[in-house]
Design a protein around this ligand. Structure first.
Ligand code: GDP
Length: 195
């Protein structure tokens, strides 16, 4: 995929701020620090468009990035950040759930996990919501470069089992460091963006 334009559009805190041009949207969900911003940057060959490790306490913002005037990456606020209050967590849940339930341009959700660790209860809950709302999901296990190749299979199995992942969900092993999985993930995205 040749990237000709990639722009940060808005950190939306209210639905009325969401873009209205109906371009397809690809959302990214995952724990804080899992590597969502790095994944976006890697996919579009930019060092710093998505701000890595930006403001981890900001639980209310959906960050919109418009790519090639063709689709949006929508970066969900990372969850599982220790310093977030119960009330913030609740608000996060309300916002994400209502987005998942009602957002028509949403074509695919990338559920991002760290290949090194079993998914958390927050990851399980997120995946459960995606299934509940019948949304297409692609599971992306990132930071693959951080464990030896000989251990990949075992870790992939743990991720799938812990999420109780549907066999039909695509699964991409990824690394923002090496670019592993990038072409495969573009294949998944383009299927949804271009149909
Ligand atoms: P976010 O909070 O989900 O947006 O996570 P970031 O993209 O900011 O990444 C968190 C940290 O993990 C940063 O220090 C990144 O450099 C690092 N990181 C992210 N993806 C990878 C990866 O695939 N491999 C390695 N080795 N480090 C990564």
């Amino acid at each position: 995929m040749k990237i000709t334009a990639a722009e940060f559009i808005i950190s939306a805190v209210q639905p009325h701020q969401f873009p209205e041009d109906a371009l397809p949207e690809i959302a990214l969900a995952g724990r804080s620090n899992v590597g969502k911003s790095s994944l976006i940057n890697k996919m579009i060959n930019r060092k710093n468009l998505a701000r890595t490790s930006s403001q981890p306490g900001k639980t209310q913002q959906l960050n919109y990035y418009r790519i090639n005037n063709e689709f949006y990456f929508v970066d969900f606020p990372g969850y599982g950040y220790a310093k977030v209050s119960k009330e913030e967590r609740r608000k996060w849940g309300v916002m994400i759930e209502s987005f998942l339930k009602t957002r028509e341009p949403l074509q695919l959700v990338l559920q991002i996990v760290d290949i090194r660790h079993a998914p958390s209860t927050d990851d399980q809950m997120m995946y459960g919501w995606l299934k509940h709302y019948g949304l297409p999901v692609c599971i992306v296990a990132t930071k693959a470069d951080k464990i030896p190749r000989s251990k990949w299979d075992r870790h992939v199995k743990v991720v799938k089992e812990t999420l109780e992942a549907d066999r039909s969900d695509p699964f991409v092993l990824f690394s923002s460091d090496t670019g592993m999985g990038k072409d495969e993930l573009w294949g998944q995205l383009l299927q949804k963006i271009r149909g």
